[in-house]
Design a protein. Structure first.
Lengths: 254, 295
């Protein structure tokens, strides 16, 4: 069952029994660049974290290539928001990218030639040659993003889960990162990124998922990124909660 | 060279030097994780909470190292778990709850140790007594080093990932909470070993200063814990010698010297030192202005 798809069905995630995501269902395929769009508190980060295995869903399932996703999978790579990273950590670019191999090498295993090669390849692909020994704070914003992407590449991940990757980048860096992500998608990766700048969505993403506690709509950007759908996602009244038998409350979480 | 070899003619100095090297290495090694995880205050609290446990250990078991060990461990655990419970179940934050509990424990320890008829004075528990190191103390320290260092080396990768990005570590199936508990337990055990050298009141300095010094000199986490260990061992032995020459107390000499190392790195580090920062050009503007003139 290798149909290169990510399928999410009936996903409900709660924080202390207050759901932040309600019965989310969508599917997409490798090779896409999908934006997660919605107001603050819509559950974008929650969805990313759940897919990454950081949060345990209350119900529902996530399938990749027809198989249920478990925690610790090598196929998924999660990149936290920039402000959640300790940039002063004693870590070089190469050290960071090597972290991507840990899942494959194991916690004590030695790096083989092929592991070193994978690290070299990831660094080359993200155009970071010559920066290997730089400490991670001594890079530009775009290089920092690419260094983290290189780690995911070294992991040989197929699904890249990015939390607000374009936040705080200037125009040329945004363009460069966009080109990089499109290249990764063209190589058969699936990119899922939360995003808040509506104006840039059509140029950056091939697919859109509109979210507001529940799924508004998901699909090709040209099909679903319409004024009507955006208005539905951003109107506070949208989620009333359909009647359904459940033990959780329906207050919106932040 | 007589001035250097003469101190080691004494048996107690040789033994103390062994102890210093071992304890200094162990503390400097583990210190890297405390610095990176920003747990310095937590470590300070834990070291102070060891005191009532030591007192009870003396009361129940006499001066046997195992008794002291068990008492100190229990006291530190009660403070650590108690502060977690209070901060989770009330609006009081963790730093507040731990501050209250550890000062309570410390006070109880001071009162108890004065009441208990102990052959070792309170002063030695507070500031260390490396010259009184017994064989069984040395064996206990070897034991602690033998457990702690291989364990940390074996778990180096998951520890690093968990320190750097706890959320990513979790997504990779690492049990971050368990690693934290383990780190805390190793910390307490290491602190117990450092009591003999620098005492409850100064333990934090021996733990933090070497790793913090390397942090200013290097961009490698591996260098931080091995370098911290070596610097801790060297600094402790040098501190011991200085205290012999000056006829001063050993614990404070060690901590003071390690602090001087840190300040030197702060000022003179080739990468992150203040002196170099001041010497460097203030602004790229001057450089670009020159280039512009040339062009």
């Amino acid at each position: 069952m290798s149909d290169h798809s990510l399928k999410v069905s009936d996903l409900t995630v709660s924080y202390q029994r207050i759901p932040a995501l309600h019965h989310v269902e969508f599917s997409t395929r490798c090779g896409q660049c999908m934006a997660l769009i919605g107001p603050n508190g819509a559950g974008k980060t929650t969805l990313l974290k759940t897919l990454a295995g950081l949060l345990k869903p209350e119900s529902g399932r996530v399938e990749f290539h027809g198989r249920r996703v478990t925690r610790g999978t090598k196929d998924f790579a999660y990149l936290p928001q920039r402000e959640n990273i300790d940039w002063d950590f004693p870590l070089t670019v190469r050290g960071l990218v090597e972290m991507g191999r840990y899942l494959r090498v194991g916690w004590a295993g030695r790096f083989s030639k092929s592991d070193d090669n994978a690290v070299d390849r990831a660094i080359a692909e993200m155009e970071l040659e010559g920066f290997e020994d730089r400490q991670i704070s001594a890079l530009s914003g775009g290089q920092q993003q690419r260094a983290f992407l290189a780690r995911s590449l070294a992991q040989e991940a197929h699904v890249f889960l990015l939390d607000e990757p374009f936040t705080g980048l200037d125009q040329p860096t945004t363009d460069a990162l966009s080109a990089t992500l499109k290249r990764l998608a063209a190589d058969g990766k699936l990119i899922l990124a939360s995003h808040h700048d509506l104006a840039t969505v059509p140029s950056l993403f091939s697919e859109v998922l509109l979210l507001n506690g529940e799924l508004i709509v998901a699909g090709k950007t040209s099909d679903v990124f319409t004024e009507a759908n955006i208005a539905r996602a951003y109107s506070a009244a949208v989620f009333a909660g359909r009647k359904h038998p459940h033990h959780h409350t329906h207050e919106l979480a932040h | 060279m007589n001035w250097l070899t003469e101190p080691f003619a004494h048996e107690f100095m040789r033994r103390a030097a062994f102890g210093c090297a071992l304890i200094g290495f162990l503390n400097g090694f583990l210190g890297a994780f405390i610095v990176l995880r920003r747990l310095a205050l937590m470590a300070d609290a834990l070291s102070h909470s060891l005191l009532p446990g030591l007192a009870l250990g003396v009361l129940v078991f006499g001066l046997a190292p195992t008794g002291l060990f068990a008492g100190a461990l229990a006291a530190a655990l009660i403070v650590a778990i108690g502060s977690q419970l209070i901060s989770r179940n009330s609006r009081v934050k963790e730093d507040t709850s731990i501050a209250i509990l550890y000062t309570m424990a410390f006070s109880a320890g001071v009162i108890l140790l004065n009441k208990v008829k102990s052959p070792v004075s309170l002063h030695h528990y507070l500031f260390g007594n490396i010259l009184g190191l017994s064989n069984s103390d040395l064996w206990m320290n070897y034991g602690i080093a033998l457990v702690t260092i291989p364990l940390v080396v074996a778990l180096q990768r998951p520890l690093l990932v968990a320190l750097f990005e706890p959320s990513v570590a979790k997504s990779q199936g690492i049990h971050v909470a368990w690693l934290n508990y383990l780190l805390m337990s190793l910390l307490v055990v290491t602190m117990i070993s450092s009591l003999q050298a620098v005492g409850v009141a100064l333990a934090l300095g021996l733990l933090i200063a070497p790793a913090a010094t390397i942090y200013l000199l290097s961009d490698s986490a591996t260098a931080m814990f091995w370098g911290g260990g070596i610097l801790g061992a060297l600094g402790s032995c040098m501190g011991l010698l200085i205290s012999y020459w000056l006829n001063a107390e050993t614990g404070p000499c060690i901590v003071l010297l390690l602090g001087v190392f840190f300040l030197a790195a702060y000022l003179l580090s080739p990468r992150y030192g203040m002196v170099l920062k001041l010497l460097r050009r203030k602004h790229f503007h001057e450089e670009s202005l020159e280039r512009w003139k040339e062009g």
